[in-house]
Design a protein around this ligand. Sequence first.
Ligand SMILES: *Cc1c(COP(=O)(O)O)cnc(C)c1O
Length: 368
Amino acid sequence: MAKTKETILEISLAALEHNYHFLRSKLNQTTKFLAVVKAFAYGSDACKIAKKLSDLGVDYLAVAYTKEGVELRNAGIKTPILVLHPQPVNFKIILDNKLEPSLYSLKILQEFIEIAKKEKQKNYPVHIKFNTGLNRLGFTIKDIPKILQKLNTCSSLKIKSVFSHLAASDDLNEEEFTQNQIKTFYTIKEKIGQGISYNTMYHLLNTSGILNYPDAQFNMVRSGIGLYGYGNNPTIDKKLKPIASLKTIISQKHTLKTGESLGYNRAFIAKKDTVTATLPIGHADGIGRQYGQGKSFVIVNGKKAPIIGNVCMDMIMVNVTNIDCKEGDEVILFGKQNNAEDFASTANTISYELLTSISSRVKRTLIS
Ligand SMILES: *Cc1c(COP(=O)(O)O)cnc(C)c1O
């Protein structure tokens, strides 16, 4: 492996492939797989990840916003793309790029019907999103007659899938709540199935859903975090491989005498002689101030070095007093050692937030 010479987010396509096969192994033969590549594929590199997953035979991709879907199309991705939160202002762009919108209210359903008619579309694929308890986006069961009435009298659109999203699939204390969501979704499936004259797909499960409620896989599952190596469960995390490793190097070392301070606002005062290393990564790169003042640590030559003082915009300082290291040595913030879930938890957050926070200033380096 090439020597680390600056701050990089190293992305392993081999790890992605491993995770994809692991998650697939939890599914029935006929269940389709939708890969969620929103937010730059959870902070990695959406186009490269989508390309690799398409090569592996993934059935569907999903992004949150229209712009993200356009970027995939511009990169030559041909796989169907569901846009989870498309925004009516972008509906023409949706059509022009053959993106497939999630429609979640009568108002936006009507707006999409109008533009699809105007653009002379026939059977344009759309996805109908139901709220079964998350109370974020989605139609309710009561809307079904109106949805069917609108769609059955219009040849411009066709329901490609019907879906919902679980609120607490990762939390087994909420099993009863989740089972209720599943039950509600079965009812929705029955009512929609009775109301249309063609087959459509149904999907409900995210990564933790696949792992905890495999019976509810319907026709397709939607996985994001699992593909990137995390399963909201330490046992599962052992079987997955983090695709992203955040690495940097030591820019300089300093020795503080007892009583000397470090960094802005003198947030660290040396209680004894202390050796520090300054690293070229800061809150502008996505390592926020909540990781500073001793809360989190990085790995220097296999040893834990706490982040001390305040995190700066472009740099952090770590305590390397008992670590054999020098300028230019590699430092790991998270990856296989010190995984992103553990690193995130030191600052009371989760892998999802940490991964998607790594800013565009950090160079992405792909390894196979
Ligand atoms: C982000 C998202 C997912 C993926 O969830 P993971 O927990 O990352 O697998 C699935 N479905 C919807 C609707 C989402 O917004």
